[in-house]
Design a protein around this ligand. Sequence first.
Ligand code: UT7
Length: 328
Amino acid sequence: MGIRIIGTGRCIPEKILNNADLERMVDTSDEWIVTRTGIKERHIAESDQTSSDMAAVAAQNALENAGITADMIDLIIVSTVTPDHPFPSTSALVQRKIGAPKCPCFDIEAACSGFLYALNTAYGMMASPLGYKRVLVIGAEKMTSLVDWSDRSTCVLFGDGSAAVVLENDGDPDTPDFYVAGEVAADGSVSDILIVPGGGSACPPTVDSVNEKKHFIKMGGPKTFQLAVTSMVSACRNVLEKSGVDPQDVVWAIPHQANRRIIDAVANKLGIPEKVYLNVDRFGNTSSASIGICLDELNREGKIKKGDLILTASFGAGLTWAALLIRW
Ligand code: UT7
Protein backbone atom coordinates (compact mmCIF):
# COMPACT_ATOMS: atom_id res chain seq x y z
CA MET A 1 0.00 0.00 0.00
CA GLY A 2 2.90 2.40 0.67
CA ILE A 3 2.25 3.61 4.22
CA ARG A 4 5.56 4.59 5.80
CA ILE A 5 6.94 6.49 8.78
CA ILE A 6 8.52 9.54 7.16
CA GLY A 7 9.47 11.59 10.21
CA THR A 8 9.92 11.48 13.97
CA GLY A 9 10.18 14.09 16.68
CA ARG A 10 10.22 14.50 20.43
CA CYS A 11 9.89 17.09 23.15
CA ILE A 12 11.70 16.53 26.43
CA PRO A 13 11.25 19.11 29.20
CA GLU A 14 14.53 20.70 30.27
CA LYS A 15 14.22 20.28 34.01
CA ILE A 16 15.76 17.09 35.40
CA LEU A 17 14.80 15.38 38.65
CA ASN A 18 17.45 12.84 39.62
CA ASN A 19 17.46 10.17 42.29
CA ALA A 20 19.42 12.36 44.70
CA ASP A 21 16.60 14.94 44.47
CA LEU A 22 14.08 12.20 45.30
CA GLU A 23 16.17 11.08 48.28
CA ARG A 24 15.47 14.53 49.73
CA MET A 25 11.70 14.20 49.12
CA VAL A 26 10.79 10.66 50.26
CA ASP A 27 12.34 7.74 52.14
CA THR A 28 14.20 6.22 49.19
CA SER A 29 17.71 5.82 47.86
CA ASP A 30 19.49 6.03 44.54
CA GLU A 31 20.58 2.44 45.13
CA TRP A 32 16.97 1.18 45.59
CA ILE A 33 15.67 3.06 42.55
CA VAL A 34 18.48 1.99 40.24
CA THR A 35 18.44 -1.64 41.39
CA ARG A 36 14.65 -2.04 41.25
CA THR A 37 13.88 0.10 38.19
CA GLY A 38 17.04 1.13 36.31
CA ILE A 39 15.94 4.78 36.49
CA LYS A 40 18.59 7.43 37.28
CA GLU A 41 16.74 10.59 36.30
CA ARG A 42 13.56 11.81 34.67
CA HIS A 43 12.52 15.08 33.00
CA ILE A 44 9.82 17.19 34.58
CA ALA A 45 7.57 19.67 32.77
CA GLU A 46 7.23 23.20 34.08
CA SER A 47 3.98 23.89 35.96
CA ASP A 48 2.61 25.86 33.00
CA GLN A 49 3.84 23.38 30.36
CA THR A 50 0.98 21.13 29.27
CA SER A 51 0.74 17.85 27.40
CA SER A 52 -0.46 19.72 24.30
CA ASP A 53 2.53 22.10 24.53
CA MET A 54 4.92 19.16 24.50
CA ALA A 55 2.87 17.38 21.83
CA ALA A 56 2.96 20.43 19.56
CA VAL A 57 6.77 20.71 19.83
CA ALA A 58 7.20 16.97 19.15
CA ALA A 59 4.84 17.28 16.18
CA GLN A 60 6.73 20.27 14.73
CA ASN A 61 10.00 18.37 15.07
CA ALA A 62 8.48 15.32 13.34
CA LEU A 63 7.11 17.47 10.51
CA GLU A 64 10.51 19.10 10.04
CA ASN A 65 12.18 15.67 10.08
CA ALA A 66 9.69 14.49 7.45
CA GLY A 67 10.30 17.58 5.34
CA ILE A 68 6.63 18.53 5.23
CA THR A 69 4.51 21.29 6.75
CA ALA A 70 1.49 21.22 9.05
CA ASP A 71 -0.89 22.20 6.25
CA MET A 72 -0.20 18.81 4.63
CA ILE A 73 -1.56 16.81 7.59
CA ASP A 74 -5.06 15.37 7.30
CA LEU A 75 -5.53 13.52 10.61
CA ILE A 76 -4.09 13.99 14.12
CA ILE A 77 -4.24 11.31 16.82
CA VAL A 78 -2.86 12.01 20.30
CA SER A 79 -2.40 9.29 22.88
CA THR A 80 -2.46 10.62 26.43
CA VAL A 81 -3.60 9.85 29.97
CA THR A 82 -2.85 13.44 30.92
CA PRO A 83 -4.97 15.53 28.53
CA ASP A 84 -4.89 19.28 29.11
CA HIS A 85 -8.65 19.11 29.85
CA PRO A 86 -11.44 16.47 29.96
CA PHE A 87 -12.47 18.20 26.75
CA PRO A 88 -11.65 19.50 24.18
CA SER A 89 -9.26 16.81 23.08
CA THR A 90 -5.54 17.45 23.35
CA SER A 91 -5.30 16.68 19.62
CA ALA A 92 -7.58 19.64 18.85
CA LEU A 93 -5.24 21.89 20.86
CA VAL A 94 -2.27 20.49 18.95
CA GLN A 95 -4.01 21.19 15.64
CA ARG A 96 -4.37 24.84 16.66
CA LYS A 97 -0.82 25.14 18.05
CA ILE A 98 0.92 23.72 14.98
CA GLY A 99 -1.37 25.51 12.52
CA ALA A 100 -2.67 22.35 10.85
CA PRO A 101 -5.76 22.66 8.68
CA LYS A 102 -9.18 21.76 10.07
CA CYS A 103 -8.48 18.04 9.85
CA PRO A 104 -10.08 15.43 12.11
CA CYS A 105 -8.44 15.12 15.52
CA PHE A 106 -9.04 12.79 18.42
CA ASP A 107 -7.36 11.40 21.51
CA ILE A 108 -6.77 7.77 22.41
CA GLU A 109 -6.56 6.59 26.00
CA ALA A 110 -4.97 3.18 26.35
CA ALA A 111 -2.48 4.29 29.02
CA CYS A 112 1.12 3.27 28.30
CA SER A 113 -0.01 1.14 25.34
CA GLY A 114 -1.62 4.20 23.78
CA PHE A 115 1.10 4.97 21.24
CA LEU A 116 0.87 1.49 19.73
CA TYR A 117 -2.94 1.60 19.86
CA ALA A 118 -2.73 4.95 18.04
CA LEU A 119 -0.36 3.61 15.37
CA ASN A 120 -2.73 0.67 14.78
CA THR A 121 -5.70 3.04 14.53
CA ALA A 122 -3.90 5.42 12.18
CA TYR A 123 -2.80 2.59 9.94
CA GLY A 124 -6.34 1.20 9.82
CA MET A 125 -7.80 4.59 8.95
CA MET A 126 -5.19 5.18 6.24
CA ALA A 127 -5.68 1.74 4.70
CA SER A 128 -9.49 1.95 4.83
CA PRO A 129 -11.72 3.78 2.32
CA LEU A 130 -11.22 6.87 4.52
CA GLY A 131 -7.86 7.04 2.79
CA TYR A 132 -6.05 9.58 4.96
CA LYS A 133 -2.74 10.39 3.30
CA ARG A 134 -0.63 12.02 6.00
CA VAL A 135 -1.25 11.41 9.68
CA LEU A 136 0.40 12.70 12.82
CA VAL A 137 0.52 10.19 15.68
CA ILE A 138 1.63 11.65 18.99
CA GLY A 139 2.16 10.33 22.51
CA ALA A 140 2.19 13.15 25.06
CA GLU A 141 2.30 12.82 28.82
CA LYS A 142 2.68 15.06 31.81
CA MET A 143 2.79 12.11 34.19
CA THR A 144 4.02 14.32 37.02
CA SER A 145 0.56 15.92 37.09
CA LEU A 146 -0.73 12.57 38.41
CA VAL A 147 2.14 11.79 40.78
CA ASP A 148 1.77 11.87 44.56
CA TRP A 149 5.17 13.21 45.58
CA SER A 150 4.79 11.68 49.03
CA ASP A 151 4.26 8.12 47.68
CA ARG A 152 7.70 6.58 47.27
CA SER A 153 6.30 3.49 45.54
CA THR A 154 5.19 5.52 42.51
CA CYS A 155 6.86 8.95 42.51
CA VAL A 156 10.26 7.56 41.56
CA LEU A 157 8.94 5.92 38.40
CA PHE A 158 7.47 8.56 36.12
CA GLY A 159 8.65 11.40 33.88
CA ASP A 160 7.21 13.81 31.32
CA GLY A 161 7.68 14.07 27.57
CA SER A 162 6.20 13.67 24.14
CA ALA A 163 7.02 12.00 20.83
CA ALA A 164 5.48 12.08 17.38
CA VAL A 165 5.67 10.28 14.07
CA VAL A 166 4.41 11.32 10.65
CA LEU A 167 2.85 8.56 8.57
CA GLU A 168 2.47 8.98 4.82
CA ASN A 169 0.77 6.85 2.20
CA ASP A 170 2.78 7.39 -0.98
CA GLY A 171 0.20 5.36 -2.95
CA ASP A 172 2.91 3.17 -4.49
CA PRO A 173 1.92 -0.51 -4.26
CA ASP A 174 5.62 -1.44 -4.45
CA THR A 175 6.47 0.48 -1.27
CA PRO A 176 6.23 -1.90 1.71
CA ASP A 177 4.13 -0.66 4.60
CA PHE A 178 5.76 0.19 7.93
CA TYR A 179 3.14 -2.09 9.50
CA VAL A 180 4.36 -5.68 9.29
CA ALA A 181 2.19 -7.27 12.00
CA GLY A 182 0.54 -6.11 15.19
CA GLU A 183 -1.52 -7.07 18.18
CA VAL A 184 -3.57 -4.91 20.53
CA ALA A 185 -5.18 -6.42 23.61
CA ALA A 186 -6.77 -5.63 26.97
CA ASP A 187 -8.00 -7.31 30.15
CA GLY A 188 -10.41 -5.11 32.08
CA SER A 189 -10.68 -7.63 34.91
CA VAL A 190 -7.47 -6.20 36.38
CA SER A 191 -8.34 -2.54 35.86
CA ASP A 192 -7.96 -1.77 39.58
CA ILE A 193 -4.26 -2.56 39.86
CA LEU A 194 -3.16 0.64 38.14
CA ILE A 195 -5.61 3.51 38.49
CA VAL A 196 -6.18 7.19 39.14
CA PRO A 197 -9.46 6.83 41.07
CA GLY A 198 -10.58 10.47 41.03
CA GLY A 199 -11.34 13.12 38.45
CA GLY A 200 -13.75 11.19 36.22
CA SER A 201 -17.48 10.53 36.44
CA ALA A 202 -16.95 7.85 39.11
CA CYS A 203 -15.39 10.37 41.45
CA PRO A 204 -15.67 13.99 40.33
CA PRO A 205 -13.26 16.35 42.05
CA THR A 206 -14.37 17.50 45.50
CA VAL A 207 -12.51 18.86 48.50
CA ASP A 208 -12.70 15.35 49.98
CA SER A 209 -11.39 13.65 46.84
CA VAL A 210 -8.42 16.01 46.85
CA ASN A 211 -7.75 15.53 50.56
CA GLU A 212 -7.97 11.76 50.11
CA LYS A 213 -5.42 11.96 47.26
CA LYS A 214 -7.77 10.29 44.79
CA HIS A 215 -6.35 12.23 41.84
CA PHE A 216 -2.99 10.49 41.99
CA ILE A 217 -1.65 7.21 40.59
CA LYS A 218 -2.35 4.12 42.72
CA MET A 219 -0.53 0.99 41.70
CA GLY A 220 -0.09 -2.62 42.69
CA GLY A 221 3.54 -2.71 41.59
CA PRO A 222 4.43 -6.43 41.80
CA LYS A 223 1.19 -7.57 40.10
CA THR A 224 1.64 -4.99 37.34
CA PHE A 225 5.23 -6.13 36.92
CA GLN A 226 4.22 -9.77 36.48
CA LEU A 227 1.41 -9.00 34.00
CA ALA A 228 3.69 -6.64 32.08
CA VAL A 229 6.18 -9.40 31.41
CA THR A 230 3.68 -12.10 30.44
CA SER A 231 1.56 -9.82 28.24
CA MET A 232 4.47 -8.27 26.33
CA VAL A 233 6.19 -11.62 25.77
CA SER A 234 2.98 -13.20 24.47
CA ALA A 235 2.16 -10.24 22.20
CA CYS A 236 5.70 -10.21 20.75
CA ARG A 237 5.64 -13.95 20.12
CA ASN A 238 2.25 -13.67 18.39
CA VAL A 239 3.41 -10.81 16.20
CA LEU A 240 6.63 -12.60 15.22
CA GLU A 241 4.67 -15.76 14.44
CA LYS A 242 2.04 -13.87 12.40
CA SER A 243 4.73 -12.18 10.34
CA GLY A 244 6.96 -15.23 9.98
CA VAL A 245 9.92 -13.14 11.16
CA ASP A 246 12.70 -14.83 13.11
CA PRO A 247 13.53 -12.91 16.32
CA GLN A 248 17.17 -12.81 15.21
CA ASP A 249 16.15 -10.78 12.14
CA VAL A 250 14.82 -8.00 14.35
CA VAL A 251 17.31 -5.11 14.35
CA TRP A 252 15.93 -3.23 17.38
CA ALA A 253 13.52 -4.23 20.13
CA ILE A 254 11.82 -1.26 21.76
CA PRO A 255 9.81 -2.27 24.82
CA HIS A 256 7.85 0.33 26.77
CA GLN A 257 10.36 1.97 29.10
CA ALA A 258 8.79 1.41 32.53
CA ASN A 259 11.33 -0.62 34.42
CA ARG A 260 14.71 -2.04 33.40
CA ARG A 261 13.94 -5.35 35.11
CA ILE A 262 10.69 -5.76 33.13
CA ILE A 263 12.56 -4.99 29.92
CA ASP A 264 15.34 -7.48 30.74
CA ALA A 265 12.82 -10.21 31.60
CA VAL A 266 10.94 -9.72 28.32
CA ALA A 267 14.11 -9.55 26.22
CA ASN A 268 15.57 -12.67 27.84
CA LYS A 269 12.38 -14.68 27.32
CA LEU A 270 12.38 -13.63 23.65
CA GLY A 271 16.10 -14.44 23.38
CA ILE A 272 17.03 -11.00 22.05
CA PRO A 273 18.61 -9.06 24.95
CA GLU A 274 21.32 -7.59 22.72
CA LYS A 275 18.74 -5.96 20.44
CA VAL A 276 17.00 -3.93 23.13
CA TYR A 277 17.05 -0.11 23.05
CA LEU A 278 17.06 1.42 26.51
CA ASN A 279 16.59 4.96 27.78
CA VAL A 280 14.55 4.34 30.93
CA ASP A 281 17.63 5.40 32.92
CA ARG A 282 17.32 8.95 31.52
CA PHE A 283 13.56 9.44 31.22
CA GLY A 284 11.78 7.07 33.60
CA ASN A 285 8.32 5.96 32.55
CA THR A 286 6.82 8.53 30.17
CA SER A 287 3.77 6.32 29.50
CA SER A 288 2.59 6.58 25.90
CA ALA A 289 5.49 8.84 24.92
CA SER A 290 8.16 6.26 25.69
CA ILE A 291 8.29 4.17 22.50
CA GLY A 292 8.15 7.26 20.28
CA ILE A 293 11.01 8.87 22.20
CA CYS A 294 13.11 5.73 21.62
CA LEU A 295 12.23 5.73 17.90
CA ASP A 296 13.16 9.39 17.55
CA GLU A 297 16.50 8.91 19.32
CA LEU A 298 17.38 5.95 17.08
CA ASN A 299 16.25 7.80 13.96
CA ARG A 300 18.13 11.01 14.68
CA GLU A 301 21.28 9.17 15.74
CA GLY A 302 21.24 7.33 12.40
CA LYS A 303 20.93 3.96 14.09
CA ILE A 304 18.12 2.67 11.88
CA LYS A 305 18.20 2.24 8.15
CA LYS A 306 15.55 1.64 5.53
CA GLY A 307 14.10 -1.85 5.74
CA ASP A 308 15.20 -2.52 9.34
CA LEU A 309 12.71 -4.50 11.42
CA ILE A 310 11.85 -2.94 14.79
CA LEU A 311 9.83 -4.88 17.35
CA THR A 312 7.89 -2.62 19.73
CA ALA A 313 5.82 -3.71 22.71
CA SER A 314 3.95 -2.04 25.51
CA PHE A 315 1.64 -2.56 28.48
CA GLY A 316 -0.27 -0.22 30.71
CA ALA A 317 -3.30 0.49 32.84
CA GLY A 318 -6.47 -1.26 31.76
CA LEU A 319 -4.64 -3.63 31.58
CA THR A 320 -3.80 -2.92 27.96
CA TRP A 321 -0.95 -4.30 25.95
CA ALA A 322 0.25 -4.29 22.39
CA ALA A 323 3.08 -5.25 20.08
CA LEU A 324 3.88 -3.96 16.63
CA LEU A 325 6.56 -5.09 14.22
CA ILE A 326 7.65 -2.07 12.19
CA ARG A 327 9.60 -2.02 8.93
CA TRP A 328 11.61 1.22 8.68
O1 UT7 B 1 3.60 1.63 32.70
C1 UT7 B 1 3.06 0.80 33.72
C2 UT7 B 1 3.48 1.37 35.03
N1 UT7 B 1 3.81 0.50 36.08
C3 UT7 B 1 4.91 -0.27 36.16
O2 UT7 B 1 5.63 -0.50 35.24
C4 UT7 B 1 5.20 -0.83 37.50
C5 UT7 B 1 5.60 -2.26 37.49
N2 UT7 B 1 6.14 -2.61 38.81
C6 UT7 B 1 7.39 -2.26 39.15
O3 UT7 B 1 8.11 -1.66 38.38
C7 UT7 B 1 7.87 -2.67 40.51
O4 UT7 B 1 6.89 -3.47 41.14
C8 UT7 B 1 8.22 -1.46 41.42
C9 UT7 B 1 9.48 -0.78 40.93
C10 UT7 B 1 7.08 -0.47 41.46
C11 UT7 B 1 8.48 -1.94 42.85
O5 UT7 B 1 9.54 -2.89 42.86
P1 UT7 B 1 9.34 -4.27 43.61
O6 UT7 B 1 10.62 -5.00 43.53
O7 UT7 B 1 8.13 -4.94 43.03
O8 UT7 B 1 9.11 -3.81 45.11
P2 UT7 B 1 7.85 -4.02 46.07
O9 UT7 B 1 6.69 -3.21 45.63
O10 UT7 B 1 7.64 -5.50 46.25
O11 UT7 B 1 8.41 -3.40 47.41
C12 UT7 B 1 9.57 -3.96 48.07
C13 UT7 B 1 9.93 -3.05 49.22
C14 UT7 B 1 8.73 -2.69 50.10
O12 UT7 B 1 9.21 -2.64 51.45
P3 UT7 B 1 8.93 -3.88 52.44
O13 UT7 B 1 7.44 -4.02 52.52
O14 UT7 B 1 9.60 -5.07 51.80
O15 UT7 B 1 9.58 -3.43 53.71
C15 UT7 B 1 8.40 -1.29 49.68
O16 UT7 B 1 7.79 -0.53 50.72
O17 UT7 B 1 10.44 -1.81 48.72
C16 UT7 B 1 9.76 -0.73 49.37
N3 UT7 B 1 9.75 0.41 48.45
C17 UT7 B 1 10.75 1.31 48.40
N4 UT7 B 1 11.88 1.42 49.09
C18 UT7 B 1 12.69 2.46 48.80
C19 UT7 B 1 8.81 0.73 47.53
N5 UT7 B 1 9.18 1.85 46.88
C20 UT7 B 1 10.37 2.23 47.40
C21 UT7 B 1 11.25 3.29 47.14
N6 UT7 B 1 12.40 3.36 47.84
N7 UT7 B 1 11.01 4.21 46.17
